[in-house]
Every structure is written in structure tokens, then in C-alpha cells.
Design a protein around this ligand. Structure first.
Ligand code: HXC
Ligand code: NAP
Length: 291
């Protein structure tokens, strides 16, 4: 089931969906599923050739229209130009998926101020830029409901060592999601977020688990379900949240991580390491505590 599309074929019929970072990784996978449900896409990223190739392949596979325009989300004017390009092409944009991100692992004291900013500017400022650019347009032309979906991380809530700029920025995006869910509801704009656990992509793995770190550290062992996420599982959730089936979902941050963050959180979770024989001994020893 986890590799199958969940929604009915026309679930996103008539919608135009803008995806930042839509040419690679999870943004592309979500976009491909949206296309199969009848949506048209506008994708952006910094690398024109990546976008061009992705758009051509996605069009070919789906038979649906995919517009692309290179844009650095850190620059507000470029985001506005992307928005205007998409509007000129389609005449409308109904959904914004803030997916673009930058990240890498590093001890925080080793980061230069510029390295810190590189991540914060893409994730926090970039999401702000896209939300403001599309939001201003939507509010000026408030004729129908629109929605924003932000991709955050589970450590936006818990914090995490060694990815501090990303954790700070994603926490800010989470705060924006919940704040604007209330403030812009009167303009018919819904806001939700997804906090994914590990979903292997070239972009993330090359920066978070470079070389053979992934094999050596066995990320799956951090997940109670003992596996990474499948992209279709994320795409199913994203498609639901941006669809009109989710019209009453607003201000929610949905975690899809196989229970990963809770494994690190529960005080007694370390007991996972205990084998059956030891559990038999524990059962007796804890009963004996009554005596
Ligand atoms: C330390 C680094 C660094 C590294 C760059 N810098 N990489 N410092 N360790 N690995 C420093 C540079 O020396 C420079 O410092 C500053 O950061 C800016 O670097 P640039 O290369 O000029 O930046 P830029 O070209 O803007 O690239 C941004 C980037 C890059 C974030 C550094 O990795 C990128 O483009 N990433 C986009 C894609 C991505 O990261 N995808 C993964 C998302 S995964 P000075 O001092 O010279 O300014 C994700 C998952 C989270 O978010 C959850 C997983 C479970
Ligand atoms: P990815 O393939 O590296 O995706 C990042 C995308 O953002 C790329 O297409 C990149 O394109 C674009 N981007 C980066 N900086 C940009 C900028 N300044 N302007 C415009 N676009 C920019 O990684 P991914 O794993 O699919 O990540 C997608 C999202 O999922 C991110 O928000 C990430 O934080 C989140 N996430 C991923 C995981 C995971 O396990 N993979 C887990 C939790 C959350 P260019 O480089 O061409 O600009």
C-alpha cells in the first residue's frame, strides 16, 4: 500500500500548485503525484538546467503542464518574478508548497556567520519571501480559497544538535504556519505543515550522512518501524493537505516519521535494547518489588 497513490484521480483537478525546490527530491516526488491527480505545477529552484530537465520529464510522464523559472528564494524580487511568471503562464496559482531548503551537519562552533546565514536565509527567509509574495497577491484577489503547505522537520519542535541553523529556521517556519493559519483564515488561506522523518534523497543524504555514514549509522535503527519513509507516503499526505478534502485542516503540523522523534524522547525508550529472556527476569523482579 505504501507505494500507491491514495486519493481519487481528480482530487487536484483545476489546481495550480507552486513548489519551491520542486525540481529535485521530495519536492519533485510530491509534484509528480499532484500532476497525476490533475494539478498543474509551477516549480522553482536556483539551477535552471535541473528545473528544465525535471519539468520536461514530468510533463512527458503526466501529460500535464509544468512551468519552471529559476529563482533564489532568498531574494524577494526573484520570488515575486517566479510568482508573476506562474500567473502569466496559468492565470492562477492556488497552492504554495514551501519545500526549498538548505542544510548540512556541523558542530555549531565551527560554523562561520555566513554558513549559519546560508541555511537560515534559504529556509526561514525563503519561506517568508514566498509566503508573502503569494499571500499579498491572494489577499488582493480574494475570490477563492487558497492553501500553503510548509515542509518542516521533527526537530523544529524538539531542537537538534549539529543542525542548529536548520532547527532554528524550521522552528520559525512552524511558528509562521500556526500564526498565519489564524491571521489569514479571514482571507480564505489555510496553512499546514508536514514534519517528515528520514526520507532518503540525494540532496539530504549528501549533506546529512555523507559518504558511507548512512550505512554505518543505520538511520533505520532510529525509527521504531525500522525503515525510512517511502516518498509516496509523504506525497499522499501532502496531496490530501493541499486538496479540498482537507478544507477543515488549518494550522496543523503533521509528523510522518515512523515514530522516530518519540523514540528519542521517551524516558524509558532505552529499554528497546532488552531481549525476551531479560524481560522474563524483569517481570519476576518487578513483581517481587511488592514483597
Ligand atoms: C560548514 C559550510 C558547509 C559545510 C557551506 N558552508 N557548506 N560550512 N560545513 N558543509 C559555508 C561556506 O563555507 C560559506 O561560508 C557559507 O556556508 C555559504 O556557502 P555557499 O556554498 O556559498 O552557499 P550556497 O551556495 O548558498 O549553498 C547553500 C548550502 C548548500 C546550504 C550550503 O548545501 C545548498 O545549496 N543546499 C541546498 C540543498 C540542501 O541543502 N538540501 C538538503 C535539505 S535536507 P562563508 O564563511 O564563506 O560565508 C533537510 C532535511 C532535514 O533540510 C531533516 C532530515 C531528517
Ligand atoms: P533536496 O532535493 O536537496 O531539496 C531542496 C530543494 O531546494 C532543491 O530542489 C534546491 O534546488 C532547492 N533550493 C535550495 N536552496 C534554494 C534557494 N535558495 N532558492 C530556491 N530553491 C532552493 O532535499 P529534500 O530531501 O528533497 O528536501 C526537501 C524538503 O524536505 C526540505 O524542506 C527539507 O528540509 C525537508 N525534509 C527532508 C527530509 C528528508 O529526509 N529528505 C526530512 C525532513 C525534512 P537548487 O539547489 O537548484 O536551488
Amino acid at each position: 500500500m505504501r507505494n500507491q497513490g491514495m486519493l481519487r484521480d481528480d482530487a487536484l483537478e483545476g489546481k495550480v500548485i507552486a513548489i519551491t525546490g520542486g525540481g529535485t527530491g521530495l519536492g519533485r516526488s510530491m509534484g509528480e503525484y499532484f500532476l497525476s491527480l490533475g494539478a498543474r505545477l509551477a516549480i522553482c529552484g536556483r539551477r535552471e538546467e535541473v528545473l528544465q530537465k525535471a519539468a520536461a520529464e514530468m510533463k512527458e510522464k503526466s501529460g500535464q503542464d509544468v512551468f519552471y523559472q529559476s529563482c533564489d528564494v532568498r531574494r524577494y524580487e526573484e520570488v515575486e518574478a517566479f510568482r508573476d511568471g506562474a500567473l502569466a503562464h496559468f492565470g492562477q496559482v492556488d497552492v504554495l508548497l514551501n519545500n526549498a531548503a538548505g542544510n548540512f551537519i556541523s558542530p555549531t562552533e565551527k560554523l562561520s556567520p555566513g554558513a549559519f546565514d546560508a541555511v537560515i536565509d534559504i529556509v526561514l527567509k525563503g519561506t517568508k519571501n514566498a509566503t508573502l509574495a503569494f499571500g499579498k497577491h491572494w489577499i488582493a484577489q480574494a475570490e477563492k480559497p487558497r492553501t500553503v503547505l510548509n515542509i518542516v522537520t521533527t526537530y523544529a519542535s524538539t531542537g537538534s544538535a549539529f543542525v542548529v541553523p536548520s532547527a532554528m529556521a524550521k522552528a520559525g517556519v512552524t511558528a509562521m504556519t500556526r500564526s498565519l493559519a489564524v491571521e489569514w483564515a479571514r482571507h480564505g488561506i489555510r496553512f499546514n505543515a508536514i514534519a517528515p522523518g528520514p526520507f532518503p534523497t540525494e540532496g539530504a543524504w549528501s549533506r546529512l550522512l555523507p559518504g558511507d555514514m548512512g550505512e554505518r549509522l543505520k538511520v533505520e535503527n532510529q525509527v521504531p518501524l525500522k525503515r525510512a519513509g517511502e516518498r509516496q507516503e509523504l506525497a499522499n499526505l501532502a496531496a490530501y493537505l493541499v486538496s479540498d478534502f482537507a478544507e477543515y485542516m488549518n494550522g496543523e503540523v503533521v509528523t510522518i516519521d515512523g515514530g522516530e522523534w518519540l523514540l528519542g524522547a521517551g524516558q524509558m525508550n532505552f529499554l528497546e535494547a532488552i531481549d525476551d529472556k531479560t524481560w522474563e527476569w524483569i517481570a519476576q523482579a518487578t513483581r517481587n518489588a511488592k514483597k
